[in-house]
Design a protein around this ligand. Structure first.
Ligand SMILES: Nc1ncnc2c1ncn2[C@@H]1O[C@H](COP(=O)(O)OP(=O)(O)OP(=O)(O)O)[C@@H](O)[C@H]1O
Length: 278
């Protein structure tokens, strides 16, 4: 499996800022991988996402996407490969109807009308929003709005989807709805997913997690590697999985617990075994 993203020694400073927003960031992403990016407020997550699709231009270092090195010449081709779903669904709509909205990006790219109609239908079908094609986007629920935003992106046939806090304004049901759609699309279309999130449960479903701290990569590892830091993550301004908090509270009370990260199910299994041997 080849790499679809390669970032090497990326540095970025905003024009009017004193501090570097990203410092010497390097990592690879394999095609078809789900990578979560976590870190405290202001750690550089959104800046990194914008450097990946050329919304911001790296100050130094290189960004390669789908075999192209990001530059003025490649920025439009790269942008076509990387779709970003942003946090606030209301800021993402331009069309008067759901179908118009999904068509917008294709119109801009000069896709012929027949092809456009086909792709709009197909994309709405994939996110389960066909019945809403003629509705006004503003009247949809938060989860439905994000599904429409996702349809607008997949209509453009990207290889990579970045979720930039895309579920953070949704209720738990909306969050599950959107993540479910992404999971299905990822498998059907062999997409690579980067999810920038504060939601620890969303990070836990990734293959790997990048932990950013003050614009630098603190660690890259599997969810088990990262969550094994337990309550130390709180010091980096992050939340800790519920199972780790519970484990910590049990350790405080003198219960012998394994060091490795246990998700909810494995924690229950462990406690059950402990209970059965008492
Ligand atoms: N347009 C801007 N101009 C100047 N500085 C900025 C700008 N946008 C972000 N920054 C600064 O760059 C750093 C990284 O910000 P960024 O938005 O990438 O962080 P983040 O991890 O996405 O934060 P959050 O979780 O709050 O969205 C912060 O110090 C922030 O204040």
């Amino acid at each position: 499996m080849g790499n679809v993203i390669r970032v090497q020694h990326l540095n970025y400073t905003y024009p009017e800022a004193k501090h570097q927003a990203l410092t010497d960031v390097s990592f690879d992403v394999a095609k078809g991988e789900w990578l979560a990016i976590i870190g405290h407020n202001g750690s550089g997550k959104s800046t990194l996402a914008k450097n990946l699709n050329g919304l911001l231009a790296p100050e130094s270092g290189t960004v390669e996407v789908a075999g192209m090195t990001l530059s003025e010449e490649t920025v439009w081709d790269i942008r076509a490969k990387v779709g970003i779903v942003f946090q606030n669904p209301d800021n993402q709509f331009v069309g008067a109807t759901v179908a118009d909205d999904v068509a917008f990006g294709l119109e801009n790219r000069g896709v012929p009308r027949d092809e456009m109609v086909k792709r709009v239908d197909e994309s709405l079908e994939r996110v389960g929003m066909t019945a809403f094609a003629d509705r006004e986007p503003a009247r949809l629920s938060g989860g439905q709005k994000q599904r429409v935003a996702i349809a607008g992106i997949i209509a453009q046939r990207p290889e990579i989807i970045i979720l930039d806090e895309s579920t953070s304004m949704l209720d738990p049901a909306g969050r599950q709805e959107v993540l479910g759609v992404i999971r299905e699309l990822k498998d059907e279309l062999n997409l690579t997913v980067l999810s920038i999130t504060h939601d620890i449960d969303e990070a836990a479903v990734a293959h790997r997690i990048i932990l950013l701290n003050d614009g630098k990569i603190n660690e890259i590892g599997t969810p088990s590697d990262i969550f094994a830091h337990g309550t130390d993550l709180l010091r980096l301004g992050l939340d800790v999985p519920y199972s780790e908090k519970l484990k910590d509270a049990l350790i405080q009370r003198g219960v012998a617990m394994p060091k490795a990260y246990l998700d909810n199910e494995r924690l229950v299994d462990y406690l059950w075994t402990l209970h059965s041997t008492m």
